[in-house]
Design a protein around this ligand. Structure first.
Ligand SMILES: C[S@@+](CC[C@H](N)C(=O)[O-])C[C@H]1O[C@@H](n2cnc3c(N)ncnc32)[C@H](O)[C@@H]1O
Length: 266
């Protein structure tokens, strides 16, 4: 059977024009309040604001909570978290300098609530149990697939606190290698993409957390594709091969895996 008999047709290609309309999705009402130009200027891959909103749908965030934003890139997710939920955010990243993020944080008027930190994921300068929640958008797969990592990372979250990640992922693990329709596009780094079931087992078997949500972000592949096309059309960093791959796959395999857990008490 052809792809189209099983899956929604790929959305119409965005070639330019109505930028506000092209970047507004009914499932992301909070993101719709943010300037698409600002999101484009700070992009480092898939749209971090949309990803963070998808994650927050299933998190319980309250004003004043201590939140770790791990691998925050240019701090858009941290700005979204602080502004939307009134939480305090430790915006932590390796590739982006804390001073650059501090400038963006001040410009957003959130200097009292977001603290930029430059740190490697295995050398975090935080106290054990300091965070009520640790979130990460499009970053955890760079360091968190290691069997040893969660035991290190979870120590910074208080017992009963929340851990949430959203990462590029697969609906299901490949039973028999890369599917033929993805093979021409496959890159070695894509082996860090995993299914909700894989991530659930990866975390649950440690006994450190109880997983509450392990799923694919609804319509995630469409968000991924739209953002790549918007970036291309407006002259921002994008990737033609990746765009074709996501379009051809049409949600059969690729999307965003979302995982939310609570650290066990005691
Ligand atoms: C694709 S970027 C995404 C950035 C941001 N979350 C976003 O969505 O725009 C991946 C981020 O993961 C961070 N990262 C990757 N490996 C890391 C490590 N070992 N320690 C800390 N951060 C890391 C990088 O600094 C980078 O900003």
């Amino acid at each position: 059977m052809s792809v189209d008999q099983h899956h929604p047709a790929a959305p119409e290609r965005y070639m330019g024009g109505d930028l506000a309309g092209a970047t507004r999705f009914p499932e992301f009402p909070r993101s719709a309040q943010y300037q698409p130009e600002w999101m484009l200027e700070n992009l480092m891959g898939p749209n971090a604001v949309w990803l963070t909103e998808a994650l927050c749908e299933r998190l319980d965030l309250r004003p004043g909570m201590h939140v770790l934003d791990m691998g925050c890139g240019k701090a858009m997710s941290a700005i979204f978290l602080a502004r939307e939920f009134g939480v305090q955010v430790w915006a932590t990243d390796l590739w982006i300098a804390a001073s650059d993020n501090w400038a963006r944080i001040r410009e957003a008027g959130l200097a009292d609530r977001i603290f930029p930190i430059h740190a490697e994921a295995h050398a975090l300068p935080f106290a054990d149990g300091f965070f009520d929640a640790a979130v990460s958008a499009d970053a955890y797969h760079y360091f968190g697939t290691d069997n040893l990592y969660l035991s290190y990372y979870a120590r910074f979250v208080r017992p009963g606190g929340q851990l949430g990640i959203v990462v590029p992922g697969l609906r299901d693990e490949f039973a028999d290698g890369v599917p033929p329709h993805l093979a021409p596009y496959w890159e070695p780094d894509f082996w860090s993409f995993h299914s909700p079931a894989w991530w659930r087992a990866h975390w649950e078997r440690t006994g450190l957390v109880e997983v509450a949500v392990a799923d694919m972000v609804p319509r995630g592949w469409e968000h991924w594709l739209r953002w790549l096309e918007v970036a291309t059309a407006h002259g921002y960093p994008s990737n033609e091969r990746e765009t074709e791959m996501v379009r051809i796959d049409a949600g059969r395999t690729l999307g965003f895996t979302r995982l939310i857990a609570r650290k066990v008490e005691g």
